[in-house]
Design a protein around this ligand. Structure first.
Ligand code: ZN
Ligand code: ZN
Length: 230
């Protein structure tokens, strides 16, 4: 497995190209913006882009879908059904966040109409990319349709905005639910082996074990503050 990370957008989102070295097939996880660097990485490594694999529908994760799909029209566009509405509302999302219409172009947030979704994630499915096997896990809480993609043989999980080093995803945006997010993280991420690498949508790579013991939202510290520690 090869992972190339491109930190993009005003939100410093980690767009990733994950490829199977034996077959040269690849997926792009969360293309945040139109990017010639990402396109030329795919072309220069002669990769067959199988899919644009979206963890969730926020603008900093899906904003580059239209451009990437125009460049590689055979690639599937995959998102969970519960985030379809968010995905199709891409052009309105910056306005929901309080960004003024006249600022959109300057910030690179003046998006094209998002292309049609071609396939939906199903919780528990296994998605093959060459010899890689991604186990798809529905993790609502940051958004309703967030998924994480775990490649268990390679000990890697791509968690989007569910979990970050020392932090967790925000839950104040539409569809967010804090308790649900904690439950999703415990069930689908912390249950993995401690040496599994965690690749987040923002910030550095961490591990399941590190977050289990040091992340204040997950190690019990946060519960003390709420008077719920037992
Ligand atoms: Zn997000
Ligand atoms: Zn994000």
């Amino acid at each position: 497995m090869r992972i190339a990370t491109f930190t993009q957008t005003p939100f410093q989102q980690n767009t990733r190209i994950v490829s199977c070295e034996k077959t040269n097939t690849a997926i792009c996880i969360d293309p945040g913006e139109r990017s010639e660097v990402v396109e030329s990485y795919i072309r220069s490594n002669d990769l067959n882009l199988l899919a644009i694999a979206l963890t969730h529908g926020h603008l900093d994760h899906v904003g580059g879908t239209s451009a990437l799909h125009s460049a590689f029209p055979d690639a599937e566009i995959i998102i969970h059904p519960d985030d379809e509405e968010l995905y199709y509302s891409l052009q309105k999302q910056p306005l929901f966040m309080g960004i003024m219409p006249e600022q959109l172009a300057m910030l690179g947030l003046d998006y094209d109409e998002p292309p049609e979704i071609t396939r939906s994630w199903e919780d528990g499915e296994v998605f093959a990319v060459g010899e890689l096997r991604f186990s798809v896990r529905h993790c609502p809480g940051h958004t309703r349709g967030h998924v994480v993609l775990a490649e268990l043989a390679q000990k890697v999980v791509f968690v989007g905005d569910c979990l970050f080093e020392n932090s967790i995803g925000r839950t104040d945006l539409p569809g967010g639910d804090h308790e649900q997010l904690l439950d999703s993280i415990r069930r689908n991420i912390l249950s993995l082996d401690e040496d599994v690498e965690v690749h987040s949508g923002h910030g550095p790579v961490t591990t399941v074990g590190r977050e289990r013991t040091r992340n204040p939202f997950l190690n019990g510290l946060y519960e003390i503050g709420r008077g719920r520690y037992v």
